[in-house]
Design a protein. Structure first.
Length: 205
């Protein structure tokens, strides 16, 4: 089985770094045979549309995987911005797990254009849940800022909710593999490891 992950957001949120972290986590887990990843950076260094693809091969033999996820075959979408989820709807299916931060950051391609206002988060959540029963919104940016005085742990908190006892869809890799990847990517830093625990105690609703 190939487990397909799509991470999205806007430039400056750490989308690329988090995609690399998930690649390292897959390589550390004995259930993952090999990993393929790809990155798409926005036209602007900051506040441009950004995404990362990570594909974990959970089979026994290496495969010549493309770094492109086939349409409708994303298993997990991690969105670090509330509205970016909707950009990738064709890549999802009713069984896709959607984790989305509630923070809104308008990309530079939108700022200054005469476009209608984005609907409130409550409406976005309702629309997502109707199409994707495993969609979950969390103000991970706020949690990161409260706990660590920085937004930099947002992605780790968001992903770590999958390891919570109340999570209906734990990831295919072990928690220790993810912890090991965090230690490898951020050696000597306590906050990223603590962020895992912040996510793990979060209750799904």
């Amino acid at each position: 089985m190939i487990f397909n992950i799509l991470v999205c957001g806007v430039g400056g949120q750490g989308v690329i770094t988090f995609g690399r972290l998930l690649s390292v986590a897959g390589l550390r887990d004995p259930k993952v045979c090999d990993v393929v990843g790809a990155e798409t950076r926005g036209v602007a260094q900051r506040e441009g549309i950004t995404s990362a693809v990570v594909r974990w091969n959970l089979g026994r033999e290496p495969l010549a995987l493309s770094p492109v996820i086939p349409q409708g075959q994303v298993h997990l979408l991690v969105s670090l911005e509330a509205v970016e989820v909707f950009r990738y709807l064709p890549s999802l299916n009713p069984d896709t797990v959607v984790l989305a931060d509630t923070r809104r950051i308008l990309p530079k391609t939108v700022l200054g254009n005469d476009l209608p206002e984005y609907p409130p988060n409550e409406e976005l959540e309702a629309r997502l849940h109707s199409a994707f029963p495993k969609a979950h919104f969390l103000d991970a940016h706020k949690l990161s800022t409260q706990e660590f005085n920085t937004y930099q742990q947002t992605a780790i908190i968001l992903f770590s909710t999958l390891f919570a006892e109340s999570s209906p869809c734990p990831p295919p890799i072990d928690l220790e593999s993810f912890r090991g990847a965090v230690q490898q990517m951020f050696p000597g830093k306590a906050a990223p490891l603590q962020a895992i625990e912040v996510g793990r105690v979060h209750a799904w609703r």
